[in-house]
Design a protein around this ligand. Structure first.
Ligand SMILES: Nc1nc2c(ncn2[C@@H]2O[C@H](COP(=O)(O)OP(=O)(O)OP(=O)(O)O)[C@@H](O)[C@H]2O)c(=O)[nH]1
Length: 342
């Protein structure tokens, strides 16, 4: 997703303060007061999203301002959950959210324009008067104008706060929806997509201590043939449960295809990970598994495991390739064994 930090994550007070830094910037750079621009300049002023600030600075250098097409793109990329079009409910909720902000934007803009006019007129009048009561009157006018402009900004701040809550709810819904597309419905573990996401998010933060175990049920094809495919599927579920029960706290597990599982172990060196792999291999091999539909006791079930620990600036795909290589080595070495590099 785009940035986790968004303008909608501040409280009302912070929102008001940020609006107060964002508005002068927008005026200075002649940025049109659209909801997109308010969102972006608010975020820009908060300085909490360096990537957004970089892109905005680049656009300013290039165009001298922020063209509408750029601000819309930036808003979509950095401030909205990227999957905001995924469901109708979320789509329409976001539409009404931006519509509300648009109304508020128009009102805050007109208040600010009025105040601006008041400021200009007062300045002109001040030049031409030395009368103290006239000056007092002008000061009163200014005070009133400032008060109204302030109020408008505060109302806008409250709208941003309400938007924060709405967006937080949407984000959480989207994250649930995302999770469900990453779920393997057969085993209720993550699927291959979930595994990729976990791996890609872990690799950049890992020192040389992220380990991948590829665990593959041996001879699943034969088991399917001997007992029927349903028994094979039931076996996949059984092994999934066993692996999940043995998953360390810092681990992640997914079924990536057929009878193959990927286990990711954070902060786990190769020696510790291979010991766990050996324990898992042994645990599977000593199970007495009965197929519940026919009550038939299956023949010994085993798994082969390839283990690879991330090193250097290895990419996620390179790590997967090495684990696959060791898994193949384990299969070729007669199955029911663990293989890893020295
Ligand atoms: N029952 C069942 N079988 C599956 C499922 N998905 C894949 N398979 C079977 O799993 C087998 C995977 O084949 P392979 O990995 O090539 O080989 P294998 O028979 O497991 O043998 P090795 O991996 O060499 O030990 C195939 O026969 C697929 O039909 C599934 O969801 N349920």
């Amino acid at each position: 997703m785009a940035a986790e930090v968004s303008m909608f994550q501040h409280n009302i007070k912070q929102a008001n303060q940020l609006m107060r830094s964002a508005i002068p910037l927008m005026v200075k750079l002649d940025i049109p007061p659209t909801p997109y621009n308010y969102g972006i300049w608010y975020e820009y002023s908060s300085n909490r999203n360096p990537k957004l600030n970089q892109v905005v600075d680049r656009a300013l250098r290039r165009f001298g301002s922020l063209p509408a097409f750029v601000s819309k793109e930036l808003f979509n990329e950095f401030l909205l959950p990227e999957e905001h079009q995924h469901t109708q409910r979320q789509g329409s909720a976001l539409t009404s959210l931006t519509e509300n902000l648009e109304t508020e934007t128009t009102s805050v803009t007109s208040e600010l324009a009025t105040f601006n006019r008041t400021l200009k007129n007062t300045r002109k009048a001040l030049k031409n008067t030395k009368d103290t009561s006239q000056v007092e009157h002008l000061a009163l006018l200014l005070d009133k104008g400032a008060f109204k402009a302030n109020q408008a900004i505060e109302v806008f701040g409250r709208s941003l706060y309400a938007a924060q809550e709405e967006l937080a709810a949407l984000r959480s819904e989207l994250s649930d929806a995302k999770k469900s597309t990453e779920l393997d419905t057969m085993t209720l573990l993550s699927n291959g997509k979930g595994f990729e996401r976990a791996l890609f998010s872990l690799v950049p933060h890992a020192e040389d201590d992220l380990t991948l175990l590829l665990i593959d049920i041996d001879d699943l094809g034969e088991i399917n043939q001997k007992y029927d495919k349903k028994a094979g599927t039931s076996l996949i579920r059984y092994i999934a449960k066993l692996l999940l029960n043995k998953l360390p706290e810092n681990g992640f597990i997914a079924r990536i295809n057929g009878g193959q599982f990927a286990m990711l172990l954070g902060e786990t060196e190769l020696s510790v990970a291979s010991q766990l792999a050996e324990t898992l291999r042994n645990e599977v091999s000593i199970q007495k598994i009965r197929y519940k539909n026919t009550k038939v006791l299956l023949r010994q079930v085993t798994v082969s495991i390839g283990v690879a620990t991330l090193y250097g600036d290895e990419s996620p795909n390179e790590l997967i390739k090495r684990a696959q290589h060791y898994l193949l080595y384990a299969k070729r070495s007669g199955k029911n064994c663990v293989a890893h590099h020295e």
